[in-house]
Design a protein around this ligand. Structure first.
Ligand code: ADP
Ligand code: MG
Length: 712
């Protein structure tokens, strides 16, 4: 018997080659295959006639073959062509790589045709249309699912495999949507829902099926993460309480004043509020679980480090986790400046920190000699233990997994009972509260909306070419003014070819068309820019040490142009950088673009962002326009939703949630709550129904999300 959890190659027709290709679509198991939903449908039910064909548009029509199919030339690759007509008009069809067409169609055959009209030598034609003999077409579904593709696999193949799979396994799908919700919402049953989305008889039916699957996904997420991923033992332990600030000694007060003095600016009201909320939390015996949401550049770091300073002054330890060593180093430097003269000992712990130094730092952590710890994943390693850890802050949290954070939430003390620590998460990605609750469990939120005083709004412009003199002119103008520049590319070098994920269109594209970091660096040389202004490259696969050095030279103003991949997306802070150029900007999601843009406009100078792109697709242009018009991350998130619909919305992938297939995390948050509440009600009542449902959810959760949650 074939089971849902079996690898796809158990299915007839899927060999090892196909299985490897399917992996690129994240399809590993039979279940993955059937839950791989179409991203849109071609509605072929609207049949028109040849006379009404418009160049650049898809058309479906019935016609008669009016000329015998003929090979156009003598090469093996020459196309086969023939004309079809329908009384009102006549059009040429051309087929590449389809020699069988020669034999399959003859003059006088009635057929159904669907395809994209284009023109060739001024005459309309359709290349490689879908074509079937009339008799066959009559029994054909006219709502055709379109799946995201990868090279070597077509929608038609996927459709066929899914059909086979559904016949064999759809009975094994467990029913996890409570009966009450099914009735209220008029949802189809589980296996019927999958039939409806893959082989709908109407678009309306497809969307009904999708709705059922959306409920399933939301239940799996909402119930699954809490029950199967997050530790259950965590909430009943008390955290280490930071002494109340009104109990501060004179000495402590002086030290706190010193820190505030080091800031060099006045906190915004929102920063002050966030800080106050955090302090209050730290001083109670309930573990803090707080999310600080603030758009890029809103000054979250200052809030974090001040919270750590307060904790240190009150005699406890705290950890700030950064997603990259570059960022950790940068936080370490700012913390160093901020805490100067306050008697607080700050340490930096990275993966590449030398063994001898690491050993020394670990000793300092055990004895509380070091009270502010900044680092990367290295801090999470098992042999690091603390004396009195009270607070853990994760910056740009989406880069850390729940499981990873979970480790630190339990403070490891050598000789005493384990305590729970206060947890603070800082993120620039706006997510609705209900969604945050589904992902992180119950969390309080502090929002930093105001930007620090004196900031000028970043001006964003669209440049409709990735190689243009305008660009080099703009670069030189900024650079001659003593300012610095970021240039971001979507790939590293030109050697690696093949296909690459396209975040926006959610397809793979041939990478050759895109400007790489290395090509860009070379162009800067060719245009004489690099000779005049020191240019360096930065990308993920470089050695950690090298990355930090490059970054330091850029921060110090020694390097003027930094050509990089999106490694600089998160957190880097150089107020003298005033120009951000994004190459092939259409390849990045709005969330990423907004993060990238957040690297500039951090000082008082006017900053500019240039989005360079050769793409002319409507979606790309719309997105670029949006970026140019809108500078508010929260507003962009909303617009992104309108543009894209369900799927990978503004940064959900960054939150480490695997891409959802049917549900929309923003708009479906209310139904997520409703469905999860209902499930929890059933759990509370207990009995066989509860046990059954729990088992089913666990089974489906494992199928759907286990192994895909590494980043959550
Ligand atoms: P983000 O919220 O993106 O992490 P950062 O904390 O990196 O932002 O802050 C961006 C820049 O703004 C830093 O140079 C920081 O020193 C500065 N900054 C933070 N708060 C203020 C403030 N209240 N007034 C002026 N500058 C500030
Ligand atoms: Mg930051």
């Amino acid at each position: 018997m074939i089971r849902l959890e079996d690898p796809v190659n158990v299915l007839y027709g899927i060999g090892d080659v196909a299985a490897t290709r399917l992996e690129r679509l994240e399809i590993f198991t039979v279940y993955d295959l059937i839950s791989f939903l179409p991203f849109r449908y071609n509605d072929w039910s609207k049949v028109s006639d040849i006379a009404s064909c418009v160049e650049g548009q898809e058309i479906s029509f019935y016609a008669t073959v009016s000329s015998a199919p003929q090979k156009q030339g003598y090469k093996a690759t020459s196309p086969v062509s023939f004309f079809v007509s329908d009384g009102a008009g006549r059009i040429k069809l051309s087929f590449f790589n389809a020699p069988y067409i020669l034999k399959k169609f003859q003059r006088g055959d009635r057929c159904f045709v669907h395809g994209m009209v284009n023109s060739f030598g001024g005459r309309p034609q359709i290349v490689n249309p879908f074509i079937e003999k009339d008799e066959t077409a009559e029994n054909m579904p006219l709502i055709r699912p379109v799946y995201h593709q990868t090279s070597g696999i077509t929608s038609a193949q996927l459709s066929r495999w899914i059909k086979t799979a559904l016949e064999l396994v759809s009975g094994q799908l467990r029913d996890i949507v409570p009966e009450k919700i099914v009735k209220q919402e008029g949802l189809p049953g589980a296996s019927e829902a999958y039939r409806m989305v893959h082989f709908p008889e109407s678009l309306e039916e497809a969307s009904r099926g999708r709705r059922r699957i959306a409920y399933e996904e939301l239940i799996l997420l909402g119930i699954g993460i809490k029950n199967f991923l997050q530790g259950e033992e965590k909430d009943d332990r008390a955290p280490i309480v930071v002494p109340r600030s009104d109990k501060m000694t004179q000495d402590a007060k002086t030290r706190w004043k010193k820190v505030l003095g080091n800031l060099g600016f006045e906190l915004t009201d929102d920063q002050k509020n966030a800080l106050r909320e955090i302090q209050t939390d730290l001083m109670t015996s309930k573990p803090m679980n707080r999310l600080v949401q603030g758009d890029v550049g809103s000054g979250k770091t200052a809030v974090a480090i001040l919270s750590m300073a307060m904790t240190a002054i009150m005699g406890k330890q705290s950890v700030l986790l950064a997603p990259t060593s570059v960022l950790a180093k940068q936080h370490y430097d700012s913390a160093g400046k901020l805490l100067e003269g306050s008697g607080i000992n700050v340490v930096l712990l990275l993966g590449k920190t030398k063994a001898s130094l690491k050993k020394e730092i670990k000793e300092q952590l055990k004895t509380n000699e070091a009270s502010v710890i900044i680092g990367t994943h290295a801090v999470l390693s098992d042999d690091v233990s603390f004396n009195d850890l009270a607070l853990v802050i994760a910056d740009e949290q989406h880069r850390f997994g729940v499981k990873q954070r979970e480790k630190l939430l339990i403070s490891r003390r050598e000789d005493e009972d384990i305590n729970r620590v206060h947890n603070l998460v800082m993120t620039a990605t706006p997510i609705p509260r209900t969604l945050a609750m589904v992902i992180y469990g119950d969390m309080d939120t502090s929002v930093i909306k105001q930007k620090p005083k004196g900031r000028k709004e970043i001006k964003t412009n669209f440049l409709p070419a990735t190689d243009s003199d305008d660009l080099y002119r703009a670069l030189k103008a900024k650079l001659r003014n003593g300012e610095q520049v970021y240039i971001v590319c979507s790939r590293i070098d030109d050697e690696s070819d093949g296909f690459m994920w396209d975040e926006v269109n959610d397809t793979e594209s041939d990478v050759k068309d895109f400007v790489s970091v290395k090509t860009m660096a070379k162009r800067l040389k060719d245009h004489g820019v690099a000779d005049e202004f020191k240019t360096e490259m930065l990308y993920g696969s470089m050695k950690e040490k090298e990355k930090i050095d490059v970054m330091e030279r850029f921060l110090a103003g020694e390097t003027k142009i930094l050509v990089s991949t999106t490694v600089i997306e998160v957190g880097v802070n150089n107020p003298n950088a005033t120009l951000m150029v994004v190459m092939d900007a259409e390849r990045f999601g709005l969330s990423t673009l907004h993060q990238l843009r957040g690297r500039i406009g951090r000082g008082d100078k006017q900053s500019y962002c240039i989005l360079a792109s050769n793409s002319r697709t409507e979606v790309a242009l719309q997105r670029m326009k949006l970026m140019c018009e809108c500078s508010d991350g929260f507003e962009l998130a909303g617009k992104d939703l309108e543009l894209r619909g369900p799927g990978d919305l503004f940064g959900t992938r960054q939150h480490g949630i695997p891409q959802l297939r049917a549900a929309n995390l923003f708009t479906d948050a209310p139904i997520a709550r409703k469905a999860c509440d209902e499930v929890n009600d059933i759990f509370e009542k207990g009995g066989w129904e509860a046990t059954d449902l729990f088992d089913s959810i666990k089974y489906m959760f494992d199928l759907r999300f286990r192994n895909k949650m590494e980043n959550l």
